[in-house]
Write a protein of this length. Sequence first.
Length: 390
Amino acid sequence: MSSDYFERVGEAVSKLIESGEKRAVVIHHDDADGLCSGAIICESLRRAGFEVKTICLEKLFREVVDSIHRKEEGVVLYCDIGSSHADYISSVNRGRLLTIILDHHEPRQATDPAVIDLNPENFGIRGEEEVSGATVCYLFSKKLSEENVDLSYLAVVGSTEIPGGLRGLNQVVLSEALEAKALIKEGKSLKIPRIGETVQRLFSKLQILGSVGYYRGGPRVGVEASLRGFSQSAETLLKDLEEKRKAANKRLLAILYRRGLNKTEHIQWFDSGDVYRGMGTKVVGTFCSFISYQAKLIDPSKYIMGFMRVPREVPGFGELQKDYVKASVRIPKKMQPKIDSGELLNAYELLLRATADFGIADGHAYAASAVFAELTNEQFVQRAEDALGR
């Protein structure tokens, strides 16, 4: 752990308090980690007397950032999203609003003093291994008030997305959650007394609500359920979404086994077409992760890339002005040592280069995504191939 990091968190909390603001705009990601992050910060701010407005985003669209930083009032907090665009946020904000980024994705440098990026990656702590977005949000909330230790279970749930078990700051928060009895051990499971769920089951439910149910109020339902428990209506929605996702995954898998993936020198890719119609675009990334383990389907030495069209609606915000496509990238396990050694471009760097000057990319070394407009899938794949050839 870095004492410098915790000092920086304390400074950010002090600035929040000293600002005297009591209105906050909370922007959070739509996966389980993002919903847990949003729940932690919304609950903590409400306890502190803030009026909170929330926006759940699949990607940090620039037109949404522009609108928020030019029209909203109060403070802005980005949860499990934002670090990869700290430079752009800074260029739009220009000192207008106190902005705090609570994220663990690959960061870009914030240039506006009013934009404080508390990403542990900036302090040598690996976001892909040691700290989730929800853990970053929890550490901030606990600094705001020690009473928020009861929200530590949400950080553990969010951290479940990181493979290989809890390490680093995630492990520290697990210990705090057990000590505070926000979690209790039941055999091999961790139970959440507050809402009667296990950590693993809540994580799975939030993954479905946030991504599959993005356009059906799923993120709002997930945030509320993670704090208060699941109502019958929430369970009914969850069941319906789960069945639709399973059917869609089965359909797409059958298509790919029949047709195969498109292949270039370094990339294997597919277009999901209308298979996931009505669902959030996070589902295509989850599917890419799934097929990365399908040895009979993929080439283990090529990047996996999946495409899905982005609906214009952004719940809680309005409509986008352009038609976007999302590209998700996953790194097969065989390639990961070469990513670690720097022999190959990681997923985030690949998309960052492929979208230079016209798209939006964020993510981690093994899993990343981007949105772009006004290009065909083939043109985007060629841009990615060109980036790999540099």
